[in-house]
Design a protein around this ligand. Structure first.
Ligand code: PLP
Length: 419
């Protein structure tokens, strides 16, 4: 049975029923190498519930047309569906105004937009952007592009051996030249949950704008952007059980209004002439060209889905499975967990003595187990831990103890074979 969009969240919701939840995900019935698929790469991209897949199909079959362009009924229906999805994202993030929600291709594009349109015009030679050593490349390289263009630099706050930020060390890295701070809410490698409310207070006490990369947070932690008060927050739909190809930039309306467009083209203009062009209102000023309309609508369905399950219930389930997996993997000889922060969620990154992570990934795959291997788009963090690569199992709302048992048994065999 799949959840329906309008399913109410009852106060007396039954205990989290992971077996029922799994039936909402058609791909989880797949067999790999003649074994049940054990999908432990949700942090890279989450699998999709039937409601999201059905929404995409139904939208293309019944409601599809380009948006904001036609006076005809179908185009207006598609526009209304796009608007409704934007308001869903607004509500999901607790934003005061739907105009503060910009649809992008993904979190990466959202950060590039802020780096190019917000930061670049205010950056001068010698200025600094503060990030942390645990950032995904998506929250490093866009700032480097902006900095390199003017002779500014990107500075990283250090991460401890347990994978935590020290607030003192973070504050020490702030200088009178710091023009922007950008931090992940949750690290995609360490699983560390950063104290973002405190970081926003630290930034604002010094009049520095701050962007929160919530790509690994929105699927685990309820967000209220008004309470958080960050200037910008980004996430990707595909990690929130929605389709790939759609992401979100939340920005305070005052910032978005003052920022120049990021890309030019259709839909982002008010009037175009060869004498000069004027811009559309926010958020459309930042949405040049035809967006992934069906993807946006299906992202709305994904939000309905996780909200119906309840983010608190999802987080409680995932953290129980993470604790179970951590205990089990700690029993294996020669395995070192990277990231043991007190506040941690959903990912278990590890190195196995004498075994290359690539071999772990390939051998686990023979048992139908999908884990991520490599640098996970966080090379500076791996360097910090003296590693070229690692292996990562990540946990989602559908992960079970049986998944973890299969993973640990397979990993044990890899160790016995190669260590
Ligand atoms: N930030 C973090 C913390 C991530 O984990 C990821 C993806 O893994 C990204 C940003 C980039 O997401 P996307 O590739 O969807 O733009």
């Amino acid at each position: 049975m799949t959840l329906t969009v309008d399913r109410p969240v009852a106060a007396d919701v039954p205990a989290y029923d992971v077996a029922r939840v799994r039936r909402d995900f058609p791909i989880l019935a797949t067999r790999m190498n003649d074994r049940p698929l054990v999908y432990l790469d949700t942090a890279a991209s989450a699998q999709k519930p039937a409601i999201v897949i059905d929404t995409l199909k139904r939208f293309y079959e019944q409601d599809y047309a380009n948006i904001h362009r036609g006076v005809y009924d179908l185009s207006q229906r598609a526009t209304a569906a796009d608007d409704a999805a934007r308001r869903k994202v607004q509500r999901f993030l607790g934003a005061a105004d739907w105009r503060e929600i910009v649809f992008t291709r993904n979190a990466t594009e959202a950060i590039n937009l802020v780096a190019a349109s917000f930061l670049r015009p205010r950056l001068q030679a010698g200025d600094e952007v503060l990030v942390t050593e645990m950032e995904h490349h998506a929250n490093i390289v866009p700032w480097q592009l902006a900095a390199d263009a003017v002779g500014a630099k990107v500075v990283a706050a250090p991460v401890s051996d347990t994978g935590e930020l020290s607030l003192d060390a973070f504050v020490d890295r702030i200088t009178p030249r710091t023009r922007m701070i950008a931090v992940a809410w949750v690290s995609n490698v360490l699983g560390t949950v950063n104290p973002v409310h405190e970081l926003v207070r630290i930034a604002h006490a010094r009049d520095i704008p701050i962007l929160i990369d919530a790509a690994q947070a929105v699927q685990h932690i309820p967000v209220d952007v008004q309470d958080l008060d960050a200037d910008f927050l980004v996430f990707s739909g595909h990690k929130l059980y929605g389709p790939s190809g759609v992401g979100v930039l939340y920005g305070k309306a005052t910032h978005l209004e003052a920022m120049p467009p990021y890309q030019g083209g259709g839909d982002m203009i008010d009037r175009v002439s060869f004498a000069g062009t004027t811009w559309n209102e926010i958020p459309f000023k930042f949405e040049a060209g035809t967006p992934d309309i069906a993807g946006i609508v299906a992202l709305g369905a994904a939000i309905d889905y996780v909200e119906a399950l309840g983010l608190e219930a999802i987080a409680a389930h995932e953290s129980e499975v993470l604790a179970y997996a951590t205990r089990a993997i700690n029993q294996l000889p020669g395995v070192r967990i990277i990231g043991t922060a007190r506040e941690k969620c959903s990912v278990l990154t590890f190195a196995m003595e004498g075994v290359h992570p690539q071999d772990i990934g390939a051998l686990l795959d023979l048992d139908g187990i999908a884990v991520r291997t490599g640098h996970h788009c966080a090379m500076p963090l791996h360097e910090r831990f003296g590693l070229a690569a690692s292996a990562r199992a990540s946990i989602g709302l559908y992960t079970t103890h049986e998944d973890i048992d299969a993973f640990v048994a397979s990993l044990r065999r890899v160790g016995e074979m190669l260590q």
